[in-house]
Design a protein around this ligand. Structure first.
Ligand code: ZN
Length: 388
């Protein structure tokens, strides 16, 4: 099957002008001006993108695909993610992770779920471990999980500065990063460590120590939830200016006034002189979001959503007035660069055929995963195996 996307305004993420994109065998074959495919060659699916934005599929590097939460007892465990939730939000590639609960959820189940989603059509990877140090791996170490298991590209989400963290000392913490780094080097993967940063006063002090006291490159770690409060956000500016990557979570509880929303954080970071290349978004989808009333009492639980990443991208452009291609980078090419997915995150020949098409008001109309149309004219074409 050949797919041709005609006459769209292509952002790769940089603006390339009006182009036709040809996708064959799940990959981008090339970009052309007014291409003509002879009908004898086989079935050709033509998508008219006149007046629309054509962009790379979004990459979400932090998703609780097995469900998350459980911190209010077993009934507060959030459900597994379904395919439709992913593709409706324009996500074509995602990295699954475990969080607080590394007992009733484990790496075997995580990899099983990642494989299921891959069979259903999206591209999936995972980290090894959960909040805990020592990291609970499959093969005995972070290094060997990264080297021996195709799906595993790094470690995480390891928790620091959080009451739910296993409270590792600096030496224990740094040895996990060193182990993951070497595993990544030996297998041609990122070997990055995704760091869950909580509300604790120390923030990312461990990461500043890593830069100061060790030889490990600053980009070996990706701290997430960096918009959690003002103090942490300011540490993030300092860290990014040193060359580090900062990740902002797009699923946030609106009543939590301490949170800086990802779109606002992006604007503030750019205004303070941080390079756009050091910033990324992730959704934290299927993580639990506690809801509090004005007295701070727990009144319910919500679940993080995949769609939030697109909505924060949209708000970055429409409300914060961040340049379209800059806002796009934080959910496409930057993420691909940071987690070393060389075949993802850009529209250019030989990259995977992962594409999102948006109308002029920035509504998602089409989503294509490895050449397969999953959403068409805003309607879901493909659902998960057990979705109604
Ligand atoms: Zn987290």
């Amino acid at each position: 099957m050949i797919t041709v996307i005609k006459n769209g305004e292509v952002y790769a993420p940089e603006y390339l002008g009006k182009k036709d994109i040809v996708i064959t065998g799940g990959k981008i074959h090339g970009l052309f001006s007014n291409v003509k495919i002879p009908s004898e060659i086989g079935e050709v699916n033509v998508i008219d993108a006149e007046g629309k934005y054509v962009v790379p599929g979004f990459i979400d590097s932090h998703v609780h695909i097995l469900g998350g939460g459980g911190e209010g007892g077993f009934r507060t465990r959030t459900p597994e993610i379904q395919l439709s939730q992913i593709v409706k939000g324009g996500i074509t590639t995602l990295v699954g992770c475990l969080g607080t609960d590394g007992v009733c959820r484990d790496m075997r189940a995580l990899i099983g779920k990642a494989r299921a989603l891959e069979e259903e059509g999206v591209s999936t990877y995972t980290y090894t471990g959960s909040y805990e140090i020592p990291v609970k791996t499959i093969t005995g170490s972070c290094k060997s999980d990264i080297m021996l298991i195709d799906k595993v590209i790094g470690t995480g989400e390891v928790a620091i500065s959080d009451h739910r963290s296993s409270q590792p000392d600096f030496e224990e913490f740094i040895s996990v990063i060193a182990d993951s780094r070497v595993g990544g080097m030996l297998s041609g993967k990122a070997g990055i460590v995704n760091i869950h940063v909580g509300d604790g006063k120390k923030g990312i002090e461990f990461l500043f120590r890593m830069v100061k006291e060790t030889e490990i490159p600053i980009k070996q770690v990706i701290p997430t939830h960096m918009g959690r409060n003002k103090e942490l956000f300011n540490q993030g500016i300092e860290f990014a200016k040193m060359g580090g990557i900062v990740d902002f979570t797009t699923s946030t509880e609106s009543k939590n006034s301490k949170d800086i929303r990802a779109s606002e954080a992006l604007k503030l970071m750019i205004d303070s002189g941080v390079s756009i290349n050091n910033i990324q978004f992730s959704s934290d989808a299927q993580g639990s979001l506690p809801k509090f009333n004005d007295n701070g009492e727990l009144i319910g639980l919500d679940v993080g959503s995949e769609e939030s990443m697109f909505l924060e991208f949209r708000d970055s452009v429409l409300i914060q007035e961040v340049k379209f291609q800059d806002a796009l980078k934080v959910i496409t090419s930057n993420v691909a660069d940071h987690i070393l997915l060389n075949h993802k995150g850009r529209i250019s020949p030989d990259m995977d055929g992962d594409i999102v098409i948006m109308d002029s008001e920035l509504n998602i109309t089409e989503v294509i995963c490895k050449g397969k149309l999953m959403v068409s004219q805003g309607e879901l074409l493909k659902k998960g195996t057990f979705e109604k």
